[in-house]
Design a protein around this ligand. Sequence first.
Ligand SMILES: O=C(O)CCC(=O)C(=O)O
Ligand SMILES: [Fe+2]
Length: 178
Amino acid sequence: MQVPPIRLSPGFIADPDALFAALKTGVAWDERMKARKTASFGVSYDYAQIAYEEVPMPALLEALCARLEGELGFRPNNCLLNYYPDGASSMGFHSDQTAGLANGTGVAIISLGSVRAMAYRSKLDAALRVDYPLPNGSLLYMSGQVQQDWLHAIPKDPRAGERISLTFRAMRRQGSPG
Ligand SMILES: O=C(O)CCC(=O)C(=O)O
Ligand SMILES: [Fe+2]
């Protein structure tokens, strides 16, 4: 496959600047990670060696989960936010874990603020790289197949300003088969 089978919907959020401002000031950002700030809402989630406790989903994010359910056909129960203060903050190439996700569900990412590229690299052919700029207010959806065949990253970008990404997942409850 020459390109990752992602779905990118620009303009998913009607007023992305207002949402950015509300989250930047309203969220208690976790600074345990060096590369960027994070926050997790909803069911507990272990991510990048950090365990995030269960935290009730604020109404603002719950409303987005409801919209995503209409768009994707499943309702996320966790939202992991990343705050990239400037273009020096980044995320290295990785695939997201799929084992803990509800069957048949993927990862949805809403981008706010400065445009950054999502870079994909094929696991079968390391020379194959495809970059997608993620517009302010866009929705990106990655199925399990994308994680299986591709790595993704947010490379540094000296021209970029601040950005927030919201990553939504439907986590399987512990002990539940699907
Ligand atoms: O900030 C982004 O858009 C990428 C987020 C991501 O890949 C992740 O949290 O696993
Ligand atoms: Fe990821």
